[in-house]
Design a protein around this ligand. Structure first.
Ligand SMILES: [Zn+2]
Length: 211
C-alpha cells in the first residue's frame, strides 16, 4: 500500500498548503477544469465515490466539457461555419466512413468528401478567377460542385444518379434546396428526407462517387 500512503501524504501536504510542486496540484487543476469537485470533498470529509461511480462521473464530465468547448469554438470561428453545419446534420461519424467499411474500394473518395467538409473558406469571400471556365468565384467547392461550366457533364451525371433515388418527391426536394443547403446535404451525405435504408445508401454512394 506504499503508493496509497504516498498519495495520501501528498494530498495532505496539498490540503494544508505545505508543498507547491507535486503531482497533486496538476491532478487538482485537471479535475477543476472538468468541474469535478470530489477530490476537494474527499480532502475535507474522506468520502469518495466508488470506482464504478467515479468512472461514470469522469466520463460524463469530460464529454460534457469537451462538447461544450467544441461548440463554443465552432460557433466563434468562421473557419468552422460549414463544418459545424455538416456535423449537426450527420450527428457524429460522417456517413462516408461507415460507407467505406462496406465499400473499401471507395475509401479514397470517402476520404476526399470528408476532407472537403473540413476545408476552410475565406472570411471575406475574395473573388478568384477559375482557370477552367474563366468565371470568378468566391468558394471553390460551391463553384466546382454547383456552377463551373467545365464540370457540367459530371454534374448532369450526378443529378441523373440523384433522380434515380427514391420517389420523384426526393428529386423535387433536392431541387428546392438553396445552394448552401444542397452543398451541406451532399457533403454530409445525409438528407432529412424520408428515404428507406437502400435509398439512403444509394444517396451516399451518389454523393461519394460524384463529388
Ligand atoms: Zn469554373
Amino acid at each position: 500500500m506504499l503508493p496509497k500512503q504516498i498519495f495520501l501524504t501528498r494530498a495532505m501536504e496539498f490540503k494544508y498548503n505545505c508543498v507547491k510542486h507535486s503531482f497533486i496540484p496538476d491532478i487538482h487543476i485537471i479535475l477543476i477544469n472538468y468541474r469535478l469537485s470530489d477530490f476537494d470533498t474527499y480532502l475535507s470529509t474522506g468520502h469518495f465515490p466508488t470506482y464504478i461511480q467515479w468512472k461514470k462521473k469522469v466520463k460524463v464530465a469530460v464529454q460534457e466539457t469537451e462538447e461544450s468547448l467544441w461548440r463554443f469554438r465552432t460557433q466563434i470561428d468562421k473557419d468552422f461555419k460549414l463544418f459545424s453545419r455538416i456535423h449537426t446534420l450527420s450527428k457524429g461519424l460522417h456517413p462516408a466512413w461507415t460507407f467505406s467499411r462496406k465499400h473499401p474500394l471507395l475509401i479514397e473518395q470517402c476520404r476526399f468528401i470528408v476532407n472537403l467538409c473540413t476545408l476552410t473558406r475565406p472570411y471575406e469571400e475574395p473573388y478568384f478567377l477559375c482557370d477552367k471556365c474563366g468565371r470568378f468565384f468566391g468558394d471553390i467547392t460551391v463553384h466546382i460542385v454547383l456552377s463551373c461550366e467545365t464540370f457540367q457533364s459530371k454534374r448532369d451525371k450526378f443529378w441523373c444518379d440523384l433522380n434515380d433515388i427514391g420517389p420523384i418527391e426526393f428529386s423535387a426536394y433536392l431541387h428546392s434546396l438553396t445552394d448552401e443547403d444542397f452543398l451541406a446535404c451532399i457533403l454530409s451525405c445525409h438528407t432529412d428526407f424520408d428515404l428507406d435504408e437502400d435509398e439512403r445508401t444509394m444517396f451516399q454512394k451518389a454523393c461519394i462517387t460524384n463529388i
